[in-house]
Design a protein around this ligand. Structure first.
Ligand code: NAI
Ligand code: 13P
Length: 331
């Protein structure tokens, strides 16, 4: 098959390599000319790995003419604008596979909802999210990875499953819980930033295990509040992705938190990150949910104060430790 990828960053280019490995033809669209040139010269724009058989363009019309299947791989901050441009240039039904992880803080919308709002029903075909524990740094080296393709449209979840699965290093499960998968993938980034902060501040593995355990419960609460299934949060797209992101130096979110925990000012950390740190917007979105609902997200609330209100990591930890003592609840 032919598949176009919108966004040729760390993840978009890596997934183009997966699809090429699987025998498909790919065309990557990116607004960054230097990234496009690198891809056309067989270089990954963000890693030192060579890539093979992938073409790239800065011309959106060319990418839309190439395929009816679009992989959406731009950071969620640019997603709405990118979809507006796709809608303006579309001339037939398109099927969307979103691989970005975030919730729009201004609207609390998931990517599938943004697609529904921005793409004219005439051009809107099927939609799926492909998500789970997957650092691009490992996938580009063809290290074993397992993901989930979720859609309200069963044939499309299966179609995404067979496009991306191979018997060498990538296995895809399907799910019908689109909401749970989208929300889990977004909120785990918030907890991953906190994990980095704690590590940067000097806490150890005991603290990280506690954070992952209590953090997944905050993810469950947001998933359920937004209409997803609790069980989904205990699968690849929730706990699986949280484990990999909250404990790896490959994670942009963990790394940003690490530097904040070491005392580097938040603005400096975010300005110096060459790649997207999605968790900052996830923290803002989840904090807003807290304000407008009665869900309890103590970890995300202190993370918000560290990122947006100059609270120190030390004070954030003190706030968590001095909460009222109570029985352990797993919900
Ligand atoms: N890097 C990773 O390991 C993984 C990333 N993701 C998610 O994938 C999404 C993208 O992340 P990365 O690839 O890491 O980001 P990145 O920062 O490496 O690359 C983003 C790319 O998008 C391009 N871009 C920005 N606006 C655009 C537009 N309007 N049209 C076309 N291209 C545009 C940029 O030029 C850049 O090349 C994020 O939501 C991230 O959470 C998901 C799984 C793994
Ligand atoms: O989503 C990811 C791994 O599954 C990538 O996480 P980071 O954006 O923190 O690198």
């Amino acid at each position: 098959m032919k598949i176009s990828l919108i966004g040729g960053g760390s993840w978009g280019t890596t997934l183009a390599q997966v699809l090429t490995d699987n025998g498909h033809e790919t065309l990557v669209y990116d607004i960054n000319e230097s990234a496009v040139n690198k891809i056309n010269h067989g270089e990954h724009p963000f890693f030192s790995n060579h890539i093979e058989g992938i073409k790239a363009t800065t011309n959106l019309k060319e990418a839309l003419a190439f395929s009816d299947y679009l992989v959406l791989a731009v950071p969620t901050k640019f997603m709405r604008q990118s979809l507006k441009e796709i809608n303006l240039n579309a001339d037939r039904k398109l099927h969307f596979i979103n691989v970005s992880k975030g919730i729009e803080p201004e609207t609390l919308k998931r990517v599938s909802e943004i697609v529904d709002e921005e793409i004219n029903p005439e051009w809107l075909g099927a939609y799926a999210v492909l998500t789970g524990p997957s650092h691009a740094e490992e996938v580009i080296e063809r290290k074993l990875t397992v993901l989930t393709a979720a859609s309200f449209t069963p044939w499309f979840a299966k179609s995404v499953q067979s496009l991306f699965s191979n018997q060498k290093y990538l296995r895809i499960y399907t799910s019908d819980d689109l909401i749970g998968c989208e929300v889990g993938g977004a909120i785990k980034n918030a907890i991953a930033i906190v994990s980095g902060m704690m590590t940067g501040y000097g806490l150890g593995e005991n603290a990280r295990a506690a954070l992952i355990t209590r953090g997944i419960l905050e993810i469950v609460r947001v998933v359920v509040y937004m209409g997803g299934k609790k069980e989904t949060a205990f699968g690849l797209t929730g706990i699986g992705d949280l484990i990999v992101t909250a404990s790896s130096l490959n994670s942009r979110n963990f790394n940003a938190g690490l530097r904040i925990g070491q005392g580097i000012p938040v603005d400096q950390v975010l300005n110096e990150s060459k790649m997207v740190v999605e968790g900052v917007r996830a923290i803002a979105a989840a904090k807003d949910l807290c304000r407008s609902s009665n869900i309890e997200l103590p970890i995300i609330e202190v993370a918000y104060d560290v990122i947006f209100n100059h609270m120190t990591v030390e004070d954030a930890i003190t706030i968590l430790l001095t909460r009222e003592l109570k029985a352990e609840t797993i919900e």
